[in-house]
Design a protein around this ligand. Structure first.
Ligand code: ADP
Ligand code: 5GP
Length: 191
């Protein structure tokens, strides 16, 4: 019998709370037997980012080289930058029987749905568009121009919600985290 872990995708518009939710889930990584994939990106690091922990920060040339080498499980461009999931560490962790979480934007999640049908994809939705805006602004990590671009991208992203197996509204953080934990526990044994 295969002891392969399950691939979970946490996706949704920027500012909806994906990162916050994943950090909460990681507090119980041993109990839930899961690991968070670290993505590669060409976007500039924020002051709070740590290379190798938040992301592997790459030049565009390095990123394109990785695409050529088939190093990504999925990749996409988002607001002018490349983002991608390095495949090797994900496969290694799944082979160890642990579950892996990808925290990614929607175009990448659609690729995962297509190429890895046994993955479990969860869309995190905001209570409403205004809340998305106030969360993005409140985070204070992007310029107003970048925030506007992310809100514009969110409109298309929200239209893809029905393609996901699960949608969780991140209104009260603890409720959303509990709901996702239940999905992980349920689908860890079924997949
Ligand atoms: P994402 O990773 O989806 O871009 P973040 O996790 O960075 O979003 O969250 C964006 C902002 O919203 C952060 O400042 C975070 O603290 C806040 N936030 C996340 N979830 C909630 C929630 N349920 N209620 C209020 N604020 C939240
Ligand atoms: P940020 O610049 O805010 O860190 O990320 C922008 C968007 O890219 C977020 O929605 C984030 O989830 C997404 N993202 C992060 N890593 C990846 C990845 O490896 N692949 C894809 N497709 N999206 C990613």
């Amino acid at each position: 019998m295969s002891n392969q872990g399950t691939l979970f995708v946490i996706s949704g518009p920027s500012g909806v709370g994906k990162g916050t939710i994943c950090q909460e889930l990681l507090k119980e990584k041993d109990a839930l037997s899961l690991a968070l994939s670290v993505s590669a990106t060409t976007r500039a690091p924020r002051t709070t980012d740590i290379d190798g922990v938040s992301y592997f920060f790459k030049s565009t040339e390095e990123f394109k080289q990785m695409i050529e080498e088939g190093a990504f499980l999925e990749w996409a461009t988002y607001n002018g930058n490349y983002y991608g999931t390095p495949i090797a560490p994900v496969q290694k962790t799944l082979n160890q029987g642990k579950h892996v979480i990808l925290e990614i934007e929607v175009k990448g999640a659609l690729q995962v749905m297509e190429n890895y049908p046994s993955s479990v994809c969860i869309f995190i939705a905001p209570p409403d568009e205004r809340t998305l805006y106030t969360r993005l602004t409140g985070r204070g990590t992007e310029s107003e121009e970048e925030i506007q671009k992310r809100i514009a991208a969110a409109r298309w992203e929200l239209e893809q919600m029905d393609k996901y197996t699960y949608t969780v509204v991140n209104d009260v953080l603890d409720d959303a985290v509990q709901e996702i934990k239940s999905i992980i526990q349920k689908r860890s044994v079924q997949s």
